[in-house]
Ligand binder design. Structure first.
Ligand SMILES: *Cc1c(COP(=O)(O)O)cnc(C)c1O
Length: 479
């Protein structure tokens, strides 16, 4: 498999070449030249596999420059019950007739980002060792991404993480989760400012090309193809679990059976992985995109208009990991909608978007959204609280605010006879404040995380200055 840019750079690159990179040189995102198709016989064979081996099968269709035995060993090390808490790794549980929940948040940081980030950590360590190189990951976080990255990279050889977060602005649990890590290669930097200040510093450091090169600055953001492809696996795993538990479901019956996924969405990485699984031939009926009050994506699927929001139009909500002003993976989807017309994709994202703040796709392209199975809906703070409360009362199941957005939209859009798998993207323990608001009591915390707030902390507080951050990196990475 080779990878090309959404914006027309057609130089074919291997997986290992794009693994440590962010954007393609022309500013586009990498896509595989084509989506490999899997047939019914392959699906029947994959159905029997443990998650780690299923992951190997899916990944090996996209990665052909890592030895198969090595890739399989990496998958087995990462997707183990010790890391994800159960043999199933992504256990499916029934909520009500026609609605299941797939648990993607049983990894070390209690959010689905662990599913991809844990693999990325293993792949980075492997690839850096092979090249005899080192990497300094610089990132900004307001919550889930930073902690998932730190837990994935802790103790990894060849990698250091420098993670900026807004001082005092993350939830106490999120702060404790990150700042309590004592690994020598993890550096927490609390910036006296807001999240945008952190992001500006990352951009300023990355723009200093000499510094970037000398200190091998890299990132782990959501546009990384390796993260996306890791997420494709749990669509297969969820589909297998749902079809094997539905009475009388041989594969053919199951294929006819109409299974859909509801996906709490922000940067469009998670649901894009569902699109890839569907393009590969997994019989997914619909992909239901759920947004919160930041409804850039819902507006697009309803109207064909993609309009990036300004900072003042971007709301701080109680499902904060979906608070986006633009969806960073969306360009990949638009490129597919335009049937890989990279000249038009470039025009929309490199010219129209910066100039007009948005664009509108024509009717033919919008119709293709339906062909790809996409529908959308939105959820609000009141919907979220009501859904958490109602699911708790009716089913005795406690879900987190992001998952609640997915369940709310799944219930609103589900058609008769359709089976919807709602993806659980975080555990309630991570968002105690909203849970208390919804049900009046705090969520239980997994065993190993009790007393997290009392552990010693490793964090450096700095003013919002790129120079100060560079000096800190230099101190830990003498050139
Ligand atoms: C990141 C995140 C999302 C959004 O996922 P995208 O891939 O950005 O669409 C949803 N819920 C939680 C809990 C997250 O951490």
């Amino acid at each position: 498999m080779r990878y090309v840019s959404t914006r027309g750079d057609a130089t074919p690159r291997t997986f290992s070449e794009i693994l440590l990179e962010g954007l393609a040189p022309d500013g586009g995102l990498y896509l595989p030249q084509r989506y490999p198709r899997v047939d019914e016989a392959t699906l029947s064979r994959w159905r029997m596999l443990p998650y780690a081996d299923l992951a190997f099968e899916v990944l090996s269709l996209y990665i052909d420059d890592i030895a198969a035995a090595d890739l399989r060993a990496l998958c087995r090390k990462v997707y183990s019950p010790a890391v994800f808490g159960s043999e199933a790794i992504v256990p499916l549980r029934p909520l009500e007739p026609g609605l299941w929940i797939e648990g993607l948040s049983n990894g070390p940081t209690l959010a689905f980002k662990d599913m991809a980030m844990q693999l990325l950590g293993a792949l980075f360590e492997y690839e850096l060792a092979r090249r005899g190189e080192r990497l300094n990951i610089l990132g900004a976080t307001s919550g889930d991404t930073g902690s998932a990255a730190e837990y994935a990279m802790r103790g990894k050889r060849g990698v250091q993480v420098f993670m900026l977060s807004p001082h005092g602005r993350m939830s106490p649990f999120q702060q404790a989760q990150m700042y309590s890590l004592s690994d020598a290669n993890i550096h927490n930097i609390a910036i006296e400012g807001v999240f945008d200040d952190c992001q500006d510093i990352v951009k300023a450091v990355a723009a200093d090309l000499a510094f970037k090169r000398a200190h091998r600055i890299g990132s782990v953001n959501s546009i990384n193809w390796a993260r996306l492809v890791a997420q494709v696996v749990y669509y297969f795993a969820g589909w297998f679990q749902a079809t094997s538990r539905t009475p009388g479901s041989g594969l053919t019956a199951a294929a006819a059976e109409r299974i859909s996924f509801a996906v709490p969405s922000g940067n469009f990485g998670n649901v894009f992985a569902g699109h890839v699984a569907r393009m590969m031939g997994l019989p997914i009926d619909r992909l239901i995109v759920a947004t919160n009050e930041n409804d850039v994506l819902d507006e697009f699927f309803r109207t064909g208009r993609y309009r990036v929001r300004s900072a003042t139009e971007t709301h701080e909500t109680s499902s904060p990991s979906m608070d986006i002003s633009k969806a960073s993976n969306f360009e990949r989807f638009v490129c597919d909608l335009l049937q890989r017309d990279s000249a038009r994709t470039r025009e929309l994202f490199a010219e129209r978007l910066p100039r007009d703040g948005g664009f509108t796709l024509d009717a033919a392209a919008l119709a293709r959204c339906a062909d790809f199975g996409f529908v959308s809906g939105r959820s609000t703070h009141a919907d979220r609280l009501e859904t958490i409360r109602q699911v708790r009362r009716q089913h005795g199941d406690l879900i987190d605010p992001h998952t609640a957005d997915g369940v709310k939209v799944a219930r609103a859009l589900r058609r008769p006879g359709e089976t919807v798998i709602a993806l659980e993207t975080a555990l309630p323990a991570k968002f105690a404040e909203t849970i208390v608001e919804a049900v009046g009591s705090a969520p239980r915390r997994p065993e190993g995380l009790r007393g997290l707030e009392e552990r010693p902390r490793r964090v450096v507080v700095l003013p919002p200055s790129a120079e100060r951050v560079k000096a800190l990196i230099e101190a830990h990475d003498p050139a």
